[in-house]
Design a protein around this ligand. Structure first.
Ligand code: SER
Length: 641
């Protein structure tokens, strides 16, 4: 529902024309309203809850298995910091591995994308969003995918066909224009004038990393009815006339390391529909911030504000605060846990989000402690869909408050320092803030570099990034990771990571043998170089314990035990004694990896075929991760694979 900016729901029948219609939602035939909003978008009004259910039920009725969305923090993918699309957790299956749920899947996936962080504050860019998706793993292709998208949009969501515009791939090099998709859209009744063939930058998706499945896509846009910004205005234009709500990707190529596109044996469909944008369009909202998912947060921000810069600045600031704190709540509340504000990788992204919001809160004169107030509202708004937020409420609030307090302490002094330097620079006609100053702002006042850059840009100044990097040499690696990795990437299924993955299972079991059954996995992260494993244990491990664990793992490696995989329900897996920590939902099919007679764990894989492949195992570091949680970093020596 769209709750208008004053905090009241827009009243049906006043500014909007309503008529009753019969539609099938969530398996029930219901009378719902079609309305025409001020921008003349004809649709039904569905809440986000109704939209999620309608989507899943629709694709279930088309033979799809409803699967659980994955954690926001990718389990075995060192190339991304967060899950950025519904397809990410499904990469092994898009590459040909058999999925326990079959060849047609559908889900709702929590996603974080920070690539567009600077655009947040406009009508529709968000750093966290929910993606509805349906997949064909070598099953149906363009004809069914497009027809179902059209059926769902027009018959189940009630969008008027004339409101829809679509884009397709225009072709490039050896890859021809996607005439097949054009013909399908036409056969469904979309006239040629509303089918746009666009270049690769618009209508090609993937690979998410440098190699892997990719292909042309067809994107669906709602014409908001706003006047065109110029003669060239078309779907994809950023003026806001056209809003993209759904993308059907036809994965028919594999991009090789050499940059060639070779046809994929398995043709997949990967689609993604944005929940926030879709309900925005369905409820006549001007922006996502007026939807029910944001309105209570925005209302609270308005209530807490004591300063009123110019209205445009105030609105942008409020949106940034709402977006960033919502994202932070989802990251901190993730069932996999482990991401806390910090200086590296995902932790750094989280820190940037919270600190950026603190600065905008200052701009609006919002008193300290607001992160807690907003988090409570966000948790209340979402707990029925994502119970993990409620379960992790204490952590979410503790971490947000602590980070807010840490930054509060230095923000004012840092801002003064910045203002002093900026004024001096401008007086001397200089346009660049030195790397040394940027580093000082980081080191002494906790200003993330991007934050300083943003302040500088507001004053018409640039920041000497190279100089900053230089000054920051010690942390250079970490900083790079924080910036580059979240751009997206495919799971690194190299031999090295596969072996480390198997080593992780061996380590987990060995720790329980040496330390006791309480030593359970709390987190795992694998890069091609090393594994990192967090587990519950109150004390520092003794050198003897470390040695014992290494010996156990090495003896299993030497036994050359086979690693086998079976698919079964989660209940059967648990009954067989499999470790199932990040358990899937009741009744769901899971993969169980068994390592000889040594270990059995529910896991997504991939794994080495045989423990002998690991060569040898060495613990490099044992340290504290957080209260009651220890962290091990370890390597395998490997054999020629
Ligand atoms: N992976 C595609 C996207 O992110 C479709 O879901 O748009």
């Amino acid at each position: 529902m769209c709750l208008k900016s004053m905090g009241y729901p827009s009243k049906p029948g006043t500014s909007t024309a309503i008529s009753g219609a019969i539609f099938v939602i969530m398996g029930l035939t219901q009378t719902v309203f079609i309305f025409t909003n001020p921008q003349e978008i004809k649709t039904m009004r569905l809440t986000a809850d109704q939209l999620r259910s309608a989507y899943l039920n629709f694709f279930e009725s088309k033979g799809h298995k409803i699967i659980s969305g994955a954690s926001l923090i990718p389990e075995n993918d060192p190339t991304v910091l967060f899950t950025t699309a519904g397809m990410h957790p499904l990469v092994p299956y898009l590459l040909g591995e058999k999925h326990p749920g079959g060849t047609r899947l559908t889900d709702v996936q929590k996603c974080v994308r920070t690539g567009d962080i600077d655009a947040v504050g406009d009508s529709c860019h968000l750093t966290f969003f929910e993606m509805l998706g349906n997949w064909s793993l070598g099953d149906y292709f363009k004809k069914e995918a497009i027809a179902w998208s059209y059926e769902f949009l027009t018959q189940h969501l009630g969008f008027a066909p004339e409101q829809l515009s679509v884009t397709v791939f225009e072709g490039e090099g050896d890859i021809p224009r996607d005439d097949e998709s054009i013909a399908i859209w036409k056969s469904l009744g979309i006239p040629e004038g509303r089918i746009y063939a666009l270049p690769k930058e618009d209508n090609w998706w993937g690979p998410a990393g440098t190699t892997g499945p990719c292909g042309p896509d067809t994107e669906m846009f709602i014409d908001t009815g706003k006047p065109a910004c110029c003669a060239e205005c078309r779907p994809g234009c950023r003026c806001g006339k056209y809003v993209e709500i759904w993308n059907d990707v036809f994965m028919q190529y594999n991009k090789t390391a050499e940059g060639a596109y070779e046809p994929l044996k398995q043709h997949n469909v990967d689609t993604g529909m944005g929940v926030e944008r879709t309900i925005c369009m369905m409820n006549g909202c001007e922006t996502v911030y007026e939807t029910e998912l944001f309105a209570p947060i925005m209302a609270e921000i308005r209530a807490l504000s004591t300063l009123q810069p110019d209205p445009e600045t105030a609105l942008r600031a409020a949106r940034i605060i709402a977006d960033h704190i919502r994202t932070a709540v989802f990251i901190l509340g993730d069932p996999k846990g482990g991401v806390k504000p910090g200086n590296i990788g995902a932790n750094y992204v989280l820190r940037r989000l919270i600190r950026r919001s603190v600065r905008y809160a200052k701009l609006l004169g919002i008193a300290p402690g607001y992160t807690r107030t907003l988090a409570e509202i966000i948790i209340a708004n979402y707990a029925h869909v994502y119970p993990e937020l409620d379960a992790n409420r204490a952590t979410v609030i503790h971490e947000l408050t602590a980070e807010e307090e840490r930054f509060e302490k230095t923000l004012t002094a840092g801002q003064r320092e910045f203002d002093k330097v900026a004024t001096a620079l401008k007086q001397h006609g200089q346009a660049t803030l030195s790397g040394r100053t940027a580093f000082k702002l980081y080191d002494t006042f906790g200003f993330p570099l991007e934050f300083t850059e943003e302040l500088a840009a507001e004053q018409g100044l640039a920041v000497d990034r190279a100089g900053y990097e230089e000054a920051f040499k010690k942390h250079q690696e970490a900083s790079k990771q924080g910036d580059a990795t979240f751009k997206g990437g495919l799971a690194d299924n190299t031999v090295a990571t596969t072996r480390l993955h198997t080593a992780t299972h061996l380590l987990h079991k060995a720790l329980q043998t040496v330390l006791g059954s309480h030593a359970l996995q709390k987190g795992s992260n694998i890069t091609p170089e090393r594994l990192r494993f967090d587990f519950s244990h109150p004390d520092k491990m003794t050198p003897e314990q470390i040695k014992q664990v290494e010996e156990i793992v090495n003896s299993v490696i030497q036994r050359n035990l086979p690693v086998t995989i079976e698919t079964m329900t989660i209940e059967d897996a648990k009954e067989k004694g499999a470790v199932a920590l990040f358990a899937a939902k009741y009744g769901e099919q899971v993969k169980v990896y068994t390592i000889g007679d040594f270990s059995m764990e529910v896991c997504g894989g991939p794994h080495a075929a045989n423990t002998g492949e690991l060569g040898g195992f060495k613990i490099q570091k044992e340290e504290s991760s957080s209260a009651g949680v220890r962290r091990i970093k370890a390597v395998v020596t490997g054999v020629k694979g």
